[in-house]
Design a protein around this ligand. Structure first.
Ligand code: NAP
Ligand code: GDP
Length: 314
């Protein structure tokens, strides 16, 4: 078994790498790629990489990824680069006879106007939220391609649908990051500068489910080894673990020991109000899976960030 992990240097890829390195399995070779190995938007480079490593399995994580504000200003870039990367990975996997590919969607690609909780079969039931339509439509096409490769060629290509992810090795650059790493970066700087108040973008009222990258890594490896369906599976914490952005900011402040005032800048966008997803399908397969409590995961991430501030993606 030779497992090629695209996007192996990112948030999720690093968590899978650390998990595999601490629990090696005989007979499995894992190769973790970054953009330095190849530009996956280019088919020739992608194919050469597959011919070099000869993978039997692929975890496809590489993507143009960003938070609400980066998506709002770069919908075309998100659409084009993700469509190109996904098409190239699936076609190279087909040409090189890879036996299984697990790609990655996101709960933010579901329709904006939908009934809750969201389930796997709702992916194509209406337009996504306008803030990230480029990313969303590109990601949805993975599901279309997976079905088509299966129907026409019998390929075992599937996808997972995680909720919002955070953890060590995230992108902490506040211009492009998601909410948790963005808040951590800005709060770290506020504390360094002795700031008495801290600004959270938007109203703080939107709801999100957050999964720790280390938990997601365990689930990803389970999907690669055990999950046999072509239909995607939502990898999310429970619906009861959904929290407001305000709660998330308070938890981060508490992990930093920051006691200043939290101020909400309602002139900034809130994005999608909620995207509450059901993990019912996951729970049927893995009823006993234990997620790391949110406060503990945030504390571990803040501690990692403080220790690695100078080398983190800032
Ligand atoms: P990330 O930390 O931003 O990492 C992105 C990875 O993709 C990096 O390894 C990067 O390589 C690689 N990459 C980007 N463009 C590339 C290109 N043109 N050619 C080759 N490699 C390229 O992303 P992540 O948060 O781990 O996301 C992993 C997957 O989860 C993605 O498919 C994303 O859509 C999905 N997802 C993420 C979230 C979230 O909250 N973060 C939520 C749901 C789903 P370099 O390190 O060399 O730049
Ligand atoms: P989303 O879950 O796909 O919408 O993306 P994000 O992870 O970027 O979360 C966006 C939500 O967090 C919105 O409600 C924003 O108003 C709120 N938010 C608050 N502060 C920040 C911040 O510093 N950065 C980001 N990206 N979002 C923030």
């Amino acid at each position: 078994m030779i497992v090629l992990v695209t996007g192996g240097s990112g948030l999720v890829g690093s968590a899978i790498r650390e998990l595999i390195e601490s629990n090696p399995v005989e007979g499995e070779k894992w190769v973790f790629l970054s953009s330095k190995d190849a530009n996956l938007c280019n088919y020739e480079e992608t194919l050469q990489l597959f011919q070099k490593h000869k993978p039997t399995h692929v975890i496809h994580l590489a993507a143009m990824v960003g938070g609400l504000f980066q998506n709002m200003s770069h919908n075309l870039d998100f659409f084009k680069s993700n469509l190109d990367m996904n098409n190239n990975i699936l076609q190279a996997s087909f040409e090189c006879k890879v036996s299984k590919v697990v790609s990655c969607l996101s709960t933010c690609v579901f329709p904006d106007k939908v009934t809750y909780p969201i389930t796997e079969e709702m992916v194509h039931l209406g337009p996504p939220h306008p803030s990230n339509f480029g990313y969303s439509y590109a990601k949805r096409m993975i599901d279309v391609a997976n079905r088509a490769y299966h129907e026409q060629h019998g390929c075992q290509f599937t996808a997972v649908i995680p909720c919002n992810i955070f953890g060590p090795h995230d992108n902490f650059n506040p211009q492009s990051s998601h909410v948790i790493p963005g808040l951590m970066h800005r709060m770290y700087n506020t504390i360094q500068n002795g700031g008495e108040s801290f600004t959270v973008m938007g109203s703080g009222k939107p709801l999100r489910q957050f999964i720790y990258s280390k938990d997601l890594a365990r689930l990803f490896v389970w999907v690669l080894r055990e999950y046999q369906e072509i239909d995607p599976i939502i990898l999310s914490v429970d619906e009861s673990d959904e929290i407001t952005i305000k709660n998330a900011a308070e938890t981060i402040a508490s992990a930093f020991g920051y006691q200043g005032e939290l101020v909400f800048d309602t002139s900034k966008a809130d994005g999608q109000f909620k995207k509450t997803a059901s993990n019912g399908k996951l729970r049927k397969y893995c009823p006993d899976f234990k997620f790391t409590p949110f406060q503990q995961a945030v504390k571990e991430t803040v501690d990692w960030y403080k220790e690695n501030y100078h080398t983190a993606r800032n």
